[in-house]
Each structure stands twice: as C-alpha cells, then as structure tokens.
Design a protein around this ligand. Structure first.
Ligand SMILES: [Zn+2]
Length: 194
C-alpha cells in the first residue's frame, strides 16, 4: 500500500516537473521572474527534480575543466627557441639589421609558426638605458602586444605594429621574460638579457 502511494506521489510530482532543459536553464540562471520562482518552489517539494539538479551540478562541475582547457587551447603557447647564430644561412634580414648598429648581433628565435628576431642595444636616447628592437614574422600581428616581465611583474608593454615591429626603450639592464601575445597565440622568450 505504501509503495503504491509512493509511486502515485512520484507520478504526480513528475506531471508538474519542469523539463530537464528548464532545470538546466534554471541552474545556469537563464530563467528569471515567476518561472524561476515556480521552479524554485517545485524543487523544494520534488525529490526527483532535486536529484536531477544535483546530477546536473555534478555533470557541470565535471565539465568545467574541459571548458577551461578548450579555452586555453584556443591560445597556443609557444616557447621561443633560440636559433644558434650562423645557422640562418645569412638571409636578407642580416644586412638590414646590421645597419641599425647592434651590439651583439640579432637573436633569432623560432616559436611555433612564428619567427622572432630581437636586437638588444644601448638606448640612443637615454644614457645607461637599453633598448630592444623586435621583429615578429610568420603570424598575424593585429592586436598583438609585447610585454616584458621581471620578477613576476610586468615592467613594460607596447603594441606590435602591423608588419611585426616593436621597440622597447628606456629599459634598465637586467634579465627579463618577453611575452608577445596575439588573439590566438602567446610567445614566451623565457630569458632575455637586456
Ligand atoms: Zn519535479
């Protein structure tokens, strides 16, 4: 007898139950106003929907790391690898860069689809300060920003122009991390001695 009552009660509950979609939308706060109030009141009395909601919560909690992972997959992180001097075959870049009067020759990096050339030199405008001239090729440089970090603090930030040039000036000599970040990539030069 008790069983039948329970089953009847269960069926009654289900008739007035919101659909799984409505429950999901309620959980994600996509439903508001009286509709949300109705669902909230129903949840207080309906063990089925309570169970469904907690299942849903567990499912969404499981899902979240994946969502975050797919977000971070959209931004590719490339660790720049220094190409030893002389292995580039002396392309057309070198004479052009030589005209700028660098100290130690350009540093060439490979980073994913991109190539990054850096020149570290004295800042012509400021005695004792240093400058970094950068050229990024192989990727779109729209909305791309170069930033320098030192001791986990961002010390400088400049936009990269549409043909991939960027210049830092007035830098204190030291060791930096250079990060060049665009909408879908991030290039890390883990140690740059300036
Ligand atoms: Zn229900």
């Amino acid at each position: 007898m008790e069983d039948i009552e329970k089953r009847l009660a269960a069926q009654l509950y289900r008739v007035t139950c919101p659909t799984p979609t409505e429950l999901g939308e309620y959980h994600l706060h996509l439903i508001s106003g009286t509709q949300a109030d109705t669902i909230r009141q129903h949840l207080h009395i309906c063990p089925h929907c309570q169970a469904e909601l907690s299942q849903l919560q567990a499912y969404l909690t499981d899902l979240t790391p994946d969502v975050e992972r797919s977000l971070s997959e959209r931004v590719q992180i490339w660790i720049a690898r220094l190409i030893p001097a002389g292995t580039m075959g002396g392309g057309a870049l070198q004479p052009a860069l030589a005209l700028r009067g660098q100290d130690d020759g350009p540093l060439m990096y490979e980073a994913g689809a991109a190539q990054l050339t850096l020149e570290v030199q004295d800042d012509p405008e400021k005695v004792g300060a240093r400058a970094v001239l950068g050229l990024l090729i192989g990727v779109e440089t729209v909305e791309t920003v170069a930033h320098l970090w030192q001791n986990a603090q961002k010390t400088a930030q400049i936009p990269v122009d549409e043909i991939g040039n960027f210049t830092f000036t007035g830098l204190a000599p030291g060791r930096y991390e250079l990060i060049v970040s665009g909408p879908d990539f991030e290039i890390h030069v883990q140690e740059l001695v300036v």
